[in-house]
Design a protein around this ligand. Structure first.
Ligand SMILES: Cc1cc2nc3c(=O)[nH]c(=O)nc-3n(C[C@H](O)[C@H](O)[C@H](O)COP(=O)(O)O)c2cc1C
Length: 333
């Protein structure tokens, strides 16, 4: 199926969900290499006064990323959101995604993220301001509503389409659900049925069969995967294969997993620098290893290590105990 968002034809309808603290540039590029159709940045505050921080600067760094580059912005003020979108487009963003899906306190205290779903007129003002401000496609990520008694997702989706939003991703939970229970995709199906723009279903989709079932149940144009990609960036390849072939692909060989982990760690050290890179790498290592029971001791060792060289050589020794001498050209350079 050919799927377009504005001028962009997506190579796959399986997308990586934006996750603050996870979908940094190294992880986005890894998931794109494994076939994610799009990979939005971690959310960036629309408050430009905060853009001087190292965190915001890194979140705005898209060098080397394949097109189309998607930047997600979060905020509550239409003019600030419009200005943030404009500045990001000037800096190379090719699609602007608006966050109305995140339940995090820090965002919601300012009535941003999914808390905005409570105020439909404000939603309309934000979406209209942002779509008018930039010449690139604007997309929206939202939840099904404010709480189970107020599933206003279908109304908000209509507002979005009327305001010129060009694609929508819907997480099948309400804001008050947090991450509890299972995502329900009935509301997502109701939203899809009313819209002309592409709709992506999101929430608890963790393999090819789940993706196929949600696509069939909702009629959505694609799916968006978040937590299932943690420690398993190759899931996009697996799901793409399953959707095309109707059967599972062969499991990855341990050497392939080792090479993926190694390249990922080296990218993290390069992107964040050694000290922060090692810290960020710890959580990815935990995710990779927790998928393989029996690695608890290795996990505990790895998360206590302070240098890239030791972190990488400890990991590689696990895969190949004989190879003690690890060439660390990119790390040391
Ligand atoms: C650690 C973490 C960070 C997240 N950060 C964002 C974010 O920055 N923007 C956003 O729209 N959603 C964010 N989300 C929500 C995800 O994009 C996604 O909607 C949610 O995890 C459900 O999908 P999943 O079941 O495939 O993980 C985050 C989720 C997690 C677990």
């Amino acid at each position: 199926m050919t799927l377009r968002i504005g001028p962009y034809t997506l190579a796959s309808n399986v997308l990586l969900a934006p996750m603050a603290g996870v979908t940094d540039r190294p992880f986005r590029m890894l998931c794109r290499r494994f076939g994610a159709g799009l990979a939005a940045s971690e959310m960036l505050t629309a408050d430009t006064r905060l853009w001087g921080s190292a965190k915001s600067r890194r979140r705005m760094d898209h060098s080397g990323e394949p097109s189309p580059r998607v930047v997600q912005i979060a905020g509550y003020d239409p003019q600030m959101m419009a200005e943030a979108a404009r500045l990001n487009v000037d800096a190379g963003a090719e699609i602007i995604d608006i966050n109305m899906g995140c339940p995090a306190k820090k965002v919601c205290n300012r009535l941003a993220g999914s808390a905005l779903l409570q105020d439909e007129p404000l939603v309309a003002r934000i979406l209209a301001a942002v779509t008018a401000a930039v010449p690139v496609p604007v997309t929206l990520k939202m939840r099904t509503g404010w709480d189970p008694q107020h599933r206003n997702g279908p109304r908000v989706a209509h507002i979005a389409e009327d305001c010129g939003i060009q694609a929508l991703a819907v997480h099948g939970r309400t804001r008050s659900d947090g991450y509890r229970g299972r995502a329900e995709h009935d509301t997502v199906a109701a939203i899809k049925a009313r819209l002309k723009i592409p709709v992506f279903a999101n929430g608890d989709i963790d393999d090819g069969p789940a993706a196929r079932a949600v696509l069939a149940a909702t009629g959505c144009d694609g799916v968006m995967l978040g937590r299932a990609a943690q420690g398993r960036p190759w899931i996009f390849d697996e799901v793409n294969f399953f959707l095309a072939a109707g059967r599972a692909s062969a499991a990855l060989a341990p050497e392939k997993v080792r090479d993926i982990m190694r390249a990922h760690l080296e990218d993290l050290y390069g992107f964040y620098g050694d000290a922060t890179g090692v810290r960020v790498a710890r959580k990815h290592l935990s995710w990779y290893l927790q998928r393989h029971p029996g690695n608890e001791a290795l996990r505990s060792r790895l998360v206590a290590i302070e240098t890239p060289q030791e972190q990488l050589s400890t990991l590689l020794e696990h895969f190949d105990p004989v190879a003690r001498c690890v060439p660390l050209a990119r790390v040391v350079a």
